[in-house]
Design a protein around this ligand. Sequence first.
Ligand code: PA5
Length: 462
Amino acid sequence: MNIQFDETNLLAEMVGKAHGVTRAEVERAQSKAQKALASFRKQSEAGLFGFPHLPFQSKVIRAIGRYAAEVRGSYDTVCVVGIGGSALGAWALDCGIRGPHPIQGAFTTEHPRLVILDNVDPDFTAAALRSMDPQKTLVVVIAKSGGTAETVATFLIVREWLQQALGATAGRIVAVTTEGKGDLYELARTERYQIFGIPENVGGRFSVLTPVGLVPAALIGIDIAKLCRGAARITADCWQPDLAKNIALRAALYHWLIWTRKDKPIQVAFPYSNHLWGTAFWFRQLWAESLGKAQNRKGETVHTGQTPVAALGSTDQHSQVQLYIEGPNDKVFTFWAVKRFHSTGQIPDAHIGLAAFDSLAGQSLAKLIDAERRATAAAMVECGRPNCTVTLDRVDEEHLGAFLQMMEFQTAFMGELLNINAFNQEGVELGKKLTFGLMGRSGYEPYRAEFAAYEKKRAAAR
Ligand code: PA5
């Protein structure tokens, strides 16, 4: 397993002092990185934040594996009902290991497909239900809180769909939620669903290696032991004080310097691999929700945050790169490169006497996508646009597990460098409460009143 972080194109020598960091700036910030590491380690060891320990929970990993082995063969579709941190991890894993839709192989009971219902768009939900056979669908409902409106509403629809077709839901529903707490847990117990718990000290966006991500992954045939093995291996590196060995800490430090000292409020995650496209969306949530905060730990108003953008290489070179190279210099770019693809994409050695064709004949798509990325990085440097590259040897279970875990560490370290709590999400909670108020849930009357005040203000402004 090999993941590397190359920060060279973030240096002032490459992109100029206005947009790149000097070695002296990096040197001066070293002690901050060490403090960030020590502070996060202390909190993690005190049990406040659980994600670093997840790859080592072999009992949970084995229990999920056993369950998946028991039910295998009885379904050709796994339908996840969940949203945000309760959906994006499963998508990143499915897309990473089995490939992006629509190029995944034919769906069978040996190769079940994953359908994620993570929006309450009624047309999308209806079409998804039409596309699944209730006799051959295993439903996984995921909510840490056990009461998120979108998940609950969609689940009621899916549950009824199953009941109408099968007469009962026994054995067809798995619930992943906080054990002993919340309405989903209550329902799951009453209706005797298979239940897997989410540790209290792991928030949604950090939960891909809990049953939130591992249950759907195991059910669609991903080797979750390998995923966790990769994550465990990088975890050891992520606790190293030596920046040369700890790529998560080094990446956090460079990104912090570029963002806060060189004024780059936007980060573009730029995978040159369709298999990593789901991971880019997972990362968007991780970075946005963890670092977008009104207050720092001292209670000062800071309104900090770096806007994450997902772009796909080389596709988005023909869509976004004009802006990236000539538009405002307010972004830092992180290329995600893959050294070895599963196939090479050999281009036929057919010389037809036309330069555009003949120059590529006999080469490969793997070489071309690599050239496209390196050329874009070089063009960015020429135009003073700071960028860096994370390289995965390949996209397999071990590398993906390690990459996800590395990004969680990087985010946690960034939270420490900014002196914010990267693990809460008050902004998300407010929207959830206002929705409950609007939908008439009892106990949420004050939020209904808050919304009425907002509507009054709108009416006056019109
Ligand atoms: O990261 C988070 O905490 C959120 O994005 C949650 O994952 C999301 O709101 C879904 O919450 P729940 O799992 O309680 O339904």
